[in-house]
Design a protein around this ligand. Structure first.
Ligand code: HEM
Length: 197
């Protein structure tokens, strides 16, 4: 099952960046293509982050092992999208003006929080290999619990940058809250499970 699902998910996960780059190249991103690029990669980062977190409850619901096998790949896609997001911010939004970027990090809370989330993702990405998992033993699990804090920071980043319409970040906050609920109160999943837990 995983052998079939994994390559399909891999291709689907690449689609947003491929389509976005194509539309950017063809000048089909509207009046402000840089902003569309930054915003879209930001949203995909958050989506992959939440999808990664959804894999453990999905495993409990279905009783199959495939969600856990996809978790690492989805986590790495989160990192990939945040790198593209950060790069577009540095390159397309600020043209590598490091003074301006530093002022932004210090003065704008949503950038400070985004940067913090990115920094916390770095050790997770670099210890995502099986070798590092073995080497770190129990510490690996503790370290990777940071993903929950990163998700909170990601949602907060979105909430702070939105000026008027809070609906979208609130939907993400609600999804995250639900994921927390089923993660820390797994008994809730009993009602919906497809298998006897
Ligand atoms: C885990 C880390 C991060 C997540 C989950 C994330 C997520 C998001 C989301 C969901 C959006 C809004 C998209 C929309 O408006 O539809 C966004 C926008 C944005 N993010 Fe991030 N982001 C992260 C890290 C960063 C970092 C490190 C930076 C730069 C230092 C950054 C800079 C921005 C900027 C400039 C915008 C657009 C703001 C605007 O157009 O008003 N983000 N991000």
């Amino acid at each position: 099952m995983t052998k079939v699902i994994k390559p399909i998910v891999f291709i689907l996960a690449l689609l947003p960046v491929v389509l976005l780059s194509r539309n950017f190249y063809l000048d089909e991103l509207g009046a402000n293509p840089f902003e569309v690029f930054t915003r879209s990669t930001g949203e995909w980062t958050l989506r992959f982050l939440l999808l990664t977190l959804a894999m453990t409850p999905l495993r409990q619901l279905t009783g199959s092992a495939w969600p856990l096998r996809l978790r690492r790949m989805l986590g790495l896609f989160t990192f990939f999208y945040v790198c593209v997001h950060l790069l577009t911010y540095i390159w397309l939004d600020h043209f590598f003006d490091w003074d301006e970027i530093w002022t932004d990090i210090v003065k704008r809370p949503y950038i400070t929080i985004g940067m913090l989330a990115f920094t916390l993702l770095l050790p997770l990405a670099f210890t995502s290999t099986k070798k590092m998992m073995k080497r770190l033993g129990k510490r690996w699990k503790s370290l990777h619990k940071l993903i929950y804090l990163i998700a909170v920071l990601g949602v907060l980043h979105f909430l702070l940058l939105v000026k008027a319409d809070l609906r979208e970040p609130i939907i993400y906050a609600f999804i995250l809250f639900t994921l927390f609920l089923v993660r820390f109160k797994p008994a809730l999943l009993h009602k919906f499970s497809f298998k006897p837990l």
